[in-house]
Ligand binder design. Structure first.
Ligand code: NAP
Ligand code: ZN
Ligand code: ZN
Length: 346
């Protein structure tokens, strides 16, 4: 066992505090990763606060992990000490079911093993990236291409793949009219990726405060959803809308912005149920869908795509002792555009 420093939430209401956790001994297929950076995803906050159902405490959040391989198990073939690597939202799956065989490990029929809040093959609860090191089976470790800094790469492991996967699945490319709802961690990556894929990109944000940033990130248009005019002006004008908002919003208003056969994909996962009126879909054969992260091979494809296009996250690097403050800023939509913890301060 390896004892490592970590930050954990002790309960749904208590602040995250320093602690230590145990990492398992290196198995034959395991990789020990010296974590350098760990992104703060809004899902960390939902989980730390038991917003998606009861969490088992203490919990060490963090599933946007970038670091360097420190040691590998005897039978590891894909990685060697010194390699730059990442770990996202999953650390294992059954690998046998139809979905796993198709490279859709995130939809494993037996349930994937979450990087935190899951139960590992050895029966132990998993603990995430707000820590100095992690042990992960090599099949769930990603390679971070040269040219991508580990700090700006960390958020790609969740925010990047969660937006890349639906953009690809629904065939976004040149000629697609795409809207991104919410310019936070996921939203800003969605703008960069959709732009790089050749789409015409519109940001739908609560206000115009981040307009300059949105245009710089690659958006062609930017509208405030607090302005009622926005919804009248944009009615029926998008082929694809990605909702990245962490809170409940009036989906019907956004569905009416879709053209005939358009699709609104929800990746935002608010605590409260969302509702959709049938008549927001019926009159234009619209679709409403969801999407969860992406498979392992697709995550590698996304990292390679980002390296090729020079895309990293826009980040604010923080010390571990600022995690609780960062949570408050995320909740206040005051994130530009991902907080990343310098793991050396954990
Ligand atoms: P984030 O950085 O907090 O971004 C969310 C953005 O939504 C905010 O920046 C804000 O953008 C907008 N927003 C927040 N509250 C709002 C409200 N009340 N009304 C309208 N807009 C609001 O969060 P994130 O890390 O990107 O995560 C977003 C959501 O995706 C979370 O629910 C998270 O759990 C979920 N998620 C899902 C997956 C998946 O696999 N499906 C993966 C990762 C995360 P503006 O200021 O521009 O309006
Ligand atoms: Zn996440
Ligand atoms: Zn499976």
């Amino acid at each position: 066992m390896l004892t490592v420093n970590a930050y954990a939430a002790p309960s749904a209401t208590g602040p995250l505090t320093p602690t230590t956790i145990e990492r398992r001994d290196l198995g034959p297929h395991d990789v020990l990763i010296d974590i350098r950076y760990s992104g703060i995803c809004h899902s960390d906050i939902h989980t730390a606060r038991s917003e998606w159902g009861p969490t088992t405490y203490p919990i060490v959040p963090g599933h946007e992990i970038a670091g360097v391989v420190q040691e590998v198990g005897a039978e590891v073939t894909k990685f060697a000490a010194g390699d730059r690597v990442g770990v996202g939202c999953m650390v294992d799956s059954c690998r046998e079911c139809d979905n796993c065989r198709k490279g859709l490990e995130q939809y494993c029929l037996k349930g994937n093993v979450g990087t935190y809040g899951g139960v590992d093959a050895d029966g132990q609860p998993t603990q995430g990236g707000y820590s100095r090191a992690i042990v992960v089976t090599e099949d769930f470790v990603l390679r971070i291409p040269e040219g991508l800094g580990l700090d700006v790469a960390a958020p790609l492991l969740c925010a990047g793949i969660t937006t890349y996967s639906p953009l690809r699945h629904w065939g976004v490319g040149p000629g697609s009219r795409v809207a991104i709802i919410g310019l936070g961690g996921l939203g800003h990556m969605a703008v960069k990726l959709a732009h790089a894929m050749g789409a015409e990109v519109t940001v739908l944000s609560q206000s115009l405060k981040k307009r300059e940033d949105g245009l710089r990130l690659g958006a062609d248009h930017y509208f405030a959803t607090s302005d009622e005019e926005t919804f009248a002006k944009l009615a029926g004008s998008f082929d694809f809308i990605l909702n990245t908002v962490s809170a409940k919003i009036d989906l019907d208003a956004y569905l009416r912005l879709l053209a005939v056969d358009g699709t609104l994909v929800n990746v935002g996962a608010p605590e409260d149920p969302l509702s959709v009126h049938a008549f927001s879909l019926i009159p234009a054969r619209r679709s409403f869908a969801g999407s969860m992260i992406g498979g392992i091979a697709e995550t590698q494809e996304m990292l390679d795509f980002c390296a090729e296009h020079g895309l990293g996250a826009e980040i604010e690097v923080i010390q571990a002792e600022q995690i609780n403050e960062a949570y408050e800023r995320v909740l206040a939509s005051d994130v530009r555009y991902r907080f990343v913890i310098d793991a050396a301060t954990i």
